[in-house]
Every structure is written in C-alpha cells, then in structure tokens.
Design a protein around this ligand. Structure first.
Ligand SMILES: *Cc1c(COP(=O)(O)O)cnc(C)c1O
Length: 348
C-alpha cells in the first residue's frame, strides 16, 4: 500500500512548501470564530446555511454540492464509492496523469483499486491522447488536477469533456480544482449540466486560508454526487468551519488582495529564474515549479536551515532537479527568493 509522505511538521520558519496563505485567513473569519457561543459548540453543527452560501458562490443549486472535511475527504469518498468492486470485472483502475498530488494513489489503494500513471510531457502540457489511451473497461476514476500540483499547468475544458465522453458507464472524471481560484476563475462547474459523469472538487484551504479548519466541497449533478455522499461523514464539517466559510465568502476584498499578491509573487519568481537562467513552468496556481538542478534536496535543506521551507519535488515524474515554491504574500516571496538565491550560490 503506498504511504502518503506527509510533510514534516515544520512551523518555526516561513512555510513556502505547502501552498498555504502564509498571511493567515481573513480577520472576519477569526472574528466570527471568537463569537462562537458554548451552546453552538455543544450541539451537532447545522450546515444548510453554509451549503447554501457555498452553492451560491459556485453558482449551482444546493443539491449539487456536498461539503467535506477538506477536499481530501471528498477525494477519499469518491475513491471508496467508485472503486468498490461490484461486478467481477477485475481490479478497478484510476488514471492519474503525472506528476500529481500523491493522495489520489494512496486513496485508490485504500479503496482496493490500482493506479494507472500517465507519464508527463516535457512541457507538462495536458496529455489528453495518453490519458484516453489508458482508459479501459476497468477505469472508474480519472483524476485531473486543474491547475495541476506541482506543475501549475492546466488542462482545457475540452480535454476534460473529451475524457468524460470516452469513459465506460459508471466511471467519473474527478476534476480537482484546489487551485482554481488562482486561475482567473476558470472552472469546470458551468459544464457540469452537460457532463454528468464529472465531479469537481474545491477547497477553502488554499486561496481562502482555511487549511487548519478543513473545509472542501464536491460539486456535481445529483445523480452522480448522491452516489458519493454516503462515504462522507454525516457531521464531518465542524461548527468552526461552518462559521468560518460564511465569513470568508463575505470578504471578497481579502481574496482579491491575495490573488493580486500571488500574481506579483509569481512575476518575482519568474524574474529571478530568468536572471539566474533557471528553467520554470508558468503557473496558473499559487506556486511555481523551478528546476534548480541536481542539488535540489540540498538546496531545500539549506533553505530550511535558514528558516525558509521549500518543497523538494525532484523525485516526482518529469521533475528531476525541481523544487516547488509557494508564491503568495509578496513580502514572504521576497524573503524566500533572497534565501533561495543565497543557497543556490553556495550549491553552485
Ligand atoms: C492542497 C490540495 C488538496 C487538499 O485540500 P484540503 O481541502 O486541504 O484537503 C487537494 N488537492 C490538491 C491538488 C491539493 O494541492
């Protein structure tokens, strides 16, 4: 069984390794949490209001949306419900274009499935033909992360639709849109009515800065979503997350400011890479994958020793010599890049 290589608990330095909002959530969120009353904590959480607010935010009817304990729970619920072997047609398969978020493969294994990895192209453009060639009658889920983590590159709506059209009955495309907030609002959600075998996953962990509260959502037409719902805990979303998301959605100025800083931070990373002749991939997310060369693990270790956490991705498919750096708060990006330049000089 593959193990999820959970990042070590590093909380002393600047966390540029997990794509979080390093400036924290909206102050409206912490204010709403402070207003929580003891009797709200002592009862099971009501969350129809939060469902309504999120459904409005994503532009779908409430029956098309399920809140989850982080998007991670939504991924596991989809894996469990889709991969249960019901019909003797062999080990069910999930298709995962590489490099990818490791959770897909772990969850598929937990649910009794097998992962078919699709190798990346050198430029990380979406490998549509290669994914279609991997589809069999045993395919149950195709995971498409859009924009992708750790590359920051995107698939098109047409790519996702084409995969959905070519899947066997009962299989779904799971579009993980954890970073869609950063991609100028590009989302598959408006297409769901005409692509009923697609489920979109969203999270409030990244742009909204609620990673510590664990809140995600699955969106899809009821006939598809309702088959996944039983695997989501009845009360898996707690009252703090419920209260937080309503406050977070009301503070769009906070999000707009963060998105602006993300754009500026990415420009800073690109400029440094251009100056130092480092290869990178233009990112639609709040991080950039940079090829620093064979010393990638040492560069990450040296930066950590100086209080900057980066993510070594050099052992991922297609990512030899690569590190991933979160590009959020501009001041933090500047600090991170100053240290990165220092440790690069030492390594060279
Ligand atoms: C961070 C991330 C998630 C996890 O989201 P949570 O809501 O924190 O569980 C899911 N998918 C991808 C691709 C991610 O990078």
């Amino acid at each position: 069984m593959p193990d999820y290589d959970k990042p070590p608990e590093l909380y002393e330095g600047l966390r540029l390794h997990q794509n979080e909002n390093t400036a924290g959530c909206s102050p409206r969120v912490t204010a709403a949490l402070a207003r929580l009353r003891p009797d709200q904590v002592s009862v099971y959480p009501p969350y129809s209001r939060a469902v309504d607010a999120c459904a409005r935010h994503f532009g779908v009817p409430p029956s098309w949306l399920a809140l989850t304990n982080g998007l991670d729970e939504g991924i596991m619920a989809a894996a469990i419900t889709r991969l249960r072997q019901a019909d003797g047609s062999g080990v069910p398969e999930v298709i995962v274009p590489q490099p990818a978020f490791e959770i897909f493969e772990v969850d598929a294994a937990v649910a009794g499935g097998r992962t078919v990895r699709v190798a990346p192209r050198p430029d990380f453009s979406f490998p549509l033909a290669e994914v279609l060639a991997a589809v069999t009658e045993r395919t149950r889920i195709v995971f498409v992360t859009n924009p992708n983590n750790p590359t920051g590159t995107s698939a098109s709506t047409t790519d996702v639709k084409e995969i959905a059209r070519r899947l066997p009955a009962g299989a779904i495309v799971f579009v993980d849109e954890a970073y869609a907030d950063f991609a100028e609002g590009r989302t598959f959600v408006p297409e769901l009515a005409t692509a009923p075998n697609v489920i979109v996953g969203r999270t409030f962990a990244k742009a909204y800065g609620l990673a510590g509260l664990r809140l995600g959502a699955l969106i899809g037409v009821p006939e598809t979503l309702d088959a996944i719902r039983p695997a989501i805990g009845v009360y898996s979303v707690n009252i703090a997350a419920v209260v937080a998301v309503e406050a977070a959605l009301e503070d769009q100025a906070f999000i707009q400011d963060y998105l602006r800083q993300v754009r500026e931070s990415k420009a800073l990373v690109y400029a440094l890479c251009d100056r130092l002749a480092l290869h990178y991939w233009k990112s639609d997310a709040n991080f950039v994958l940079v090829r620093v060369g064979e010393h990638a693990p040492r560069i990450v270790a040296d930066a950590a020793a100086r209080g900057i956490y980066l993510r070594d991705r050099s052992s991922e498919p297609g990512c030899a010599g690569c590190i991933r750096i979160t590009t959020g708060i501009v001041e933090h990006t500047r600090k991170g890049l100053a240290v990165l330049e220092e440790v690069l000089c030492v390594a060279r």
